[in-house]
Design a protein. Structure first.
Length: 278
């Protein structure tokens, strides 16, 4: 029969092992929460930097990132991680999008309007940010606005501005007109400046949208415009949607808010794209 003291000693050792395991799990969770905070702040994180920051090994950090990736909280990349991406097929309605980032969209719209001069031809694609820009342009006296968005045409119908609606097949989700007719109309026109809203903006990949037909119309808009300006709040950075519109190099200017990841801001400036941060 085992000595009672031996049983108690083994029991105490077991409890201490369990306590150490619990402490280790708590520290891991705290570190992973801190990693998410850094990711939200900086827009991306690197394994080597995190290991240095938390005074731990790169192997440990990789395990943390794999756990966060499995939970859908980050998007794992070679050497680090990006914010978790929304589904590439996600295509929110205009009414749903209007509820998101309202303050930022109004600030972006004001900055966009300051880029416009009387007598110009302006292209606006569909979307809530471009709808805000349309409202900001109603005070102009001599503008021609080309758009494929039925709701934007309605917004400007009571103004003195000339409005050209492309025609095409109506996408009820976004009130946009798409298809061959819209593309053909655009290719017969010429514009001074385009304001293009996007669903995804990966600086390395380019601009993207969930709808293939919408992407083709957006490409036509870029082709007919002297200056192409992407207008998007910072939540769009680091995301890729289903269909590529164009590469980042097709842009001359980007208007976004102060939440843009620093790495993306630096990459845009390095590539020669002018950036206005509101």
């Amino acid at each position: 029969m085992r000595d009672k003291r031996e049983v108690l000693r083994e029991s105490a050792i077991g409890r201490r092992a369990v306590d150490r395991l619990k402490i280790s799990e708590m520290l891991n969770e705290e570190r992973q929460r801190a990693i998410l905070d850094l990711l939200r702040r900086d827009g991306r994180v690197l394994v080597v930097d995190l290991a240095r920051h938390f005074h731990t090994s790169q192997v440990t950090i990789r395990k943390d990132l794999e756990i966060l990736h499995a939970k859908g909280q980050v998007h794992r990349t070679h050497g680090g991680a990006l914010p978790a991406r929304d589904g590439a097929l996600e295509d929110l309605s205009l009414r749903e999008k209007e509820k998101l980032h309202r303050k930022e969209k109004l600030q972006i719209a004001s900055a966009a309007a300051r880029m416009v001069s009387e007598g110009q031809v302006v292209v606006l694609d569909s979307g809530t940010t471009t709808t805000a820009i349309a409202r900001a342009l109603r005070n102009f006296q001599n503008l021609t606005v080309i758009t494929n968005a039925a709701n934007i045409a309605a917004e400007l119908s009571g103004s003195v501005l000339e409005v050209i609606l492309t025609g095409g097949s109506l996408r009820k989700n976004s009130f946009s007109l798409v298809g061959p007719l819209a593309e053909e109309t655009l290719h017969k026109l010429h514009a001074d400046i385009l304001f293009l809203g996007v669903d995804g903006f990966d600086v390395q990949y380019g601009l993207s949208t969930p709808n293939l037909l919408e992407a083709k119309v957006n490409r036509a808009m870029i082709e007919i415009s002297k200056v192409a300006v992407a207008v998007c709040d910072s939540s769009k950075f680091g995301k890729r949607s289903l269909s590529l519109i164009a590469s980042t190099s097709s842009l001359q200017h980007v208007i976004t808010d102060a939440g843009i990841p620093k790495a993306d801001l630096n990459a845009l400036k390095k590539s020669g794209v002018q950036v206005t941060v509101v």
